[in-house]
Design a protein around this ligand. Structure first.
Ligand SMILES: Cc1ncc(C[n+]2csc(CCOP(=O)(O)OP(=O)(O)O)c2C)c(N)n1
Ligand code: SF4
Ligand SMILES: [Mg+2]
Length: 246
């Protein structure tokens, strides 16, 4: 089994992420949690297609690059045949909630015992900023040039709330990586999710609101401000399904 890199080694690596992208912060937090839980030698990632797949460039750990949107199904198989490994689906909003909505939802519905980390940047980042199921009402993207019209597309999906309200899952939360306070909270959510899996409590999901300055056409600072002013009012932060006291 391959070993995850230690944090100082990650800090020394260069990545393919754009300046100001939130993916790097999230990956750092996952790594810190795994180390602190003593699980850094015991992980398998199921990676989405998109900028999430660039995790492999900074984290030398076991991983499978899944077909687009299919990490929910792939991680189901990996966890079932290898229950002693910590299995993490690392996906974008387009991968998990648009192209792979069936697989993502089905794994949650079955209460599979693995963890999903979804980086929600409200667009298909890697391919140039197309509309996804989490694109904000009125948001202009390359495939919604006049702004997203929810009367035609439906409303932006709130997946952690769906899981908490409808499924027998262990843990569901949403955080954001736009401020130090919120970043600290996200780390707590990721740790709760991983502990739920390690204790065999069932499915856990953490969605993370994350800036994509490149496709939002903004500076890194303005993108962080957009997360606060536009995304958080629509996508509330917090724990929607807390772990039951053991
Ligand atoms: C079956 C298939 N359809 C479309 C694509 C093109 N594609 C690659 S990444 C991507 C979107 C990824 O968006 P998201 O999951 O939100 O990740 P992000 O890059 O924003 O982090 C798409 C549509 C593909 N690779 N395969
Ligand atoms: S395109 Fe967006 S999500 Fe992808 S690396 Fe750049 S800023 Fe990050
Ligand atoms: Mg995205």
């Amino acid at each position: 089994m391959a070993k995850a890199m230690k944090i100082p080694e990650i800090a020394e690596k260069t990545s393919s992420f754009c300046p100001g992208c939130g993916h790097g912060i999230v990956i750092r937090l996952i790594t810190e949690c795994l180390e602190e839980l003593g699980q850094d030698k015991n992980i398998i990632f199921g990676l989405g297609v998109g900028c999430s797949s660039l995790l492999g460039g900074v984290l030398e750990t076991d991983r499978l690059h899944c077909l687009h949107g299919r990490a929910g199904a792939v991680c189901t198989g990996m966890k079932r045949v290898s229950p002693d490994n910590v299995v993490i689906a690392y996906q974008g909003d387009g991968d998990a909630y648009s192209i792979g909505l069936a697989e993502t939802t089905s794994a949650a519905y079955r209460n599979e015992n693995f963890t999903v980390i979804t980086v929600n940047n409200t667009n298909y980042g890697m391919t140039g900023g197309q509309m996804s199921n989490t694109t904000m009402p009125g948001q202009k993207t390359t495939t919604s040039p006049k702004g997203r019209d929810c009367s035609v597309t439906g409303n932006p999906i709130k997946f952690p709330e769906l899981v908490a309200d409808q499924f027998d899952a262990a843990y569901a939360a949403r955080g954001a990586v736009n401020t130090p306070v919120n970043i600290k909270k996200v780390k707590g959510y990721i740790k709760n999710a991983l502990e739920a899996q390690i204790n065999g409590e069932g499915y856990s999901v953490v969605e993370i609101l994350s800036p994509c300055p490149t496709n939002w056409g903004m500076t890194a600072l303005k993108a962080m401000e957009r997360v606060e002013k536009e995304l958080i009012p629509y996508y509330p932060l917090g724990e929607f399904k807390k772990r039951e006291a053991k």
